[in-house]
Design a protein. Structure first.
Length: 468
């Protein structure tokens, strides 16, 4: 339920106050202003809100039950449709709310005396079956993260303490990144806050936490990605976004896309550069129809062009969709997908046509020759769009060998070599990149901290952490 029912219009309330409520589709907690009026328990985003966020309609079948195994001072309100979980800040408020709500339910079970039927001959009553309390809430049509922020800062526990071998390798590989060596670095602090937002390995019951890293050939820009089961990731992930100043409108956007796709796996990413670039966001590493990914993007000419190109080239599904959570617009949405085709040349031709169709510069001939020298099937693409135009386009070529990595490093940074990449790779404990991406960043979207134009980025699948 949502709509034009203001807090003021319900005054005087039977009871009102702040409580933290668990979402339905994603089990996270979000602070709400609750207001009881008659048999309706309304909740709002603020105590002066003009629009109600939702309402719990109490009936004679409802129940109120203490639930402190979930959260301190928590209790549940059950209806025939679902069970709602919430908690106030104090025990006295918990007792007050439970007593008030229980009185409303009891009143609904017993009609007023004026409506009581005339006395009847005594008989042995047949018990009326009561509905069993629901053990799990029914899905709510809103993907609802928590606003309370409990994430650790840069002085929190070390990354290694959160998990096992894979995190230790990431921590060691970080030491090969020159611009992350200063203890006073804001970028290093950003990395630490992000790393501490990743659930500990001991939280994994089913599935696994996945770690990936991508670096430019000159190692002046890196992207760190992690993903895992939604139920253990969402709360810490949203706390991280609040910690780094993500706007509430973008967290609401995460809700909307989550409700559309309902992903089993979710994740967060951060970008950083030697010039002080710091960005972060979320992604869903799931195989879904590309139309869902397009609906997650800001409307405009770029998305219309991507939709037309995808239809013309047989791209029906994507492998990942994500979005940045920066404080300032324009927002950027990334879609990744495999390029259809029975041969390398067919896939490559389709990929190159996207550069033309989306009005990016063509891949330089020297780079294109290297791509053709390693004709591996499985080409993929990464497209980033915004309301202000295309942002970046990348052609991702799988499994580049060491010779190709060396050649690409020399082209990208004349006089350079792959030695730093090889050191980084060894510390990550992997045999080689999963992809070499040939990407072009449009002018104006580097913001003075990221390289615009063509670049080469190596993607590494670092590993997984499953149940302990």
């Amino acid at each position: 339920m949502s709509g034009k029912i203001s807090v003021q219009s319900l005054a005087p309330a039977d009871r009102e106050g702040w409580m933290t409520k668990q979402g339905g589709k994603v089990k996270t907690w979000k602070k709400r202003w609750f207001l009881l009026k008659g048999s309706s328990l309304y909740y709002y985003k603020s105590k002066r809100d003009n629009d109600v966020t939702g309402a719990i309609e109490l009936t004679k079948e409802s129940f109120v039950k203490r639930e402190e195994k979930k959260k301190k001072y928590a209790f549940s309100v059950g209806t025939t449709k679902r069970v709602f979980y919430m908690y106030p800040d104090t025990q006295s408020d918990q007792e007050g709310w439970m007593k008030t709500l229980s009185a409303v339910v009891d009143g609904l079970k017993s009609p007023p005396k004026s409506e009581q039927p005339s006395p009847q001959p005594a008989v042995t009553p047949t018990p009326t079956p009561q509905p069993e309390p629901e053990q799990e809430p029914e899905p709510e049509p809103v993907y609802e993260p928590e606003t309370d922020s409990n994430g650790a800062g840069a002085d929190g526990p070390a990354f290694q303490s959160q998990g096992g071998v894979v995190r230790s390798r990431l921590d060691e590989a970080k030491m090969a990144v020159n611009f992350l060596q200063s203890e006073d670095s804001k970028v290093l602090e950003f990395w630490q806050i992000w790393s501490e937002s990743i659930p500990p390995q001991e939280d994994v019951v089913d599935g696994a936490i996945v770690f990936q890293v991508a670096t430019a050939a000159d190692m002046d820009k890196l992207t760190w990605r992690t993903s895992g089961p939604q139920n253990i990731f969402i709360q810490k992930m949203v706390d991280f976004f609040w910690n780094v100043g993500a706007p509430e409108t973008e967290i609401d956007r995460l809700n909307d896309v989550g409700a559309l796709i309902n992903p089993i796996q979710i994740g967060s990413w951060i970008d950083m550069s030697g010039k002080g670039g710091m960005d972060g966001g979320w992604f869903f590493p799931v195989d879904v129809p590309i139309k869902f990914a397009l609906e997650s993007s800001d409307a405009g000419d770029p998305i219309a062009k991507v939709a037309a190109w995808a239809e013309a080239n047989g791209v029906q599904r994507c492998t990942s969709v994500g979005r940045d959570m920066g404080a300032a617009p324009p927002r950027q949405t990334e879609i990744r997908f495999l390029i259809p085709g029975d041969s390398f040349e067919e896939q490559l031709d389709r990929g190159l046509s996207a550069f033309d169709e989306f009005e990016f510069q063509s891949i330089p001939d020297e780079m294109l020759a290297l791509i053709r020298s390693s004709p591996e099937l499985g080409l993929a693409m990464s497209v980033i769009t915004s309301s202000e135009g295309f942002v970046r386009l990348g052609l991702m070529c799988p499994r580049p060998d060491r010779e190709l990595v060396e050649q690409l490093c020399q082209i990208t940074a004349p006089g350079g070599s792959s030695s730093q990449i090889m050191e980084f790779q060894a510390l990550l404990g992997v045999e080689g990149p999963a992809y070499a991406e040939y990407q072009f960043l449009m002018n104006g979207f580097g913001y003075g901290v990221y390289k615009e134009g063509f670049d080469v980025v190596f993607h590494f699948d670092v590993g997984e952490e499953g149940p302990m």
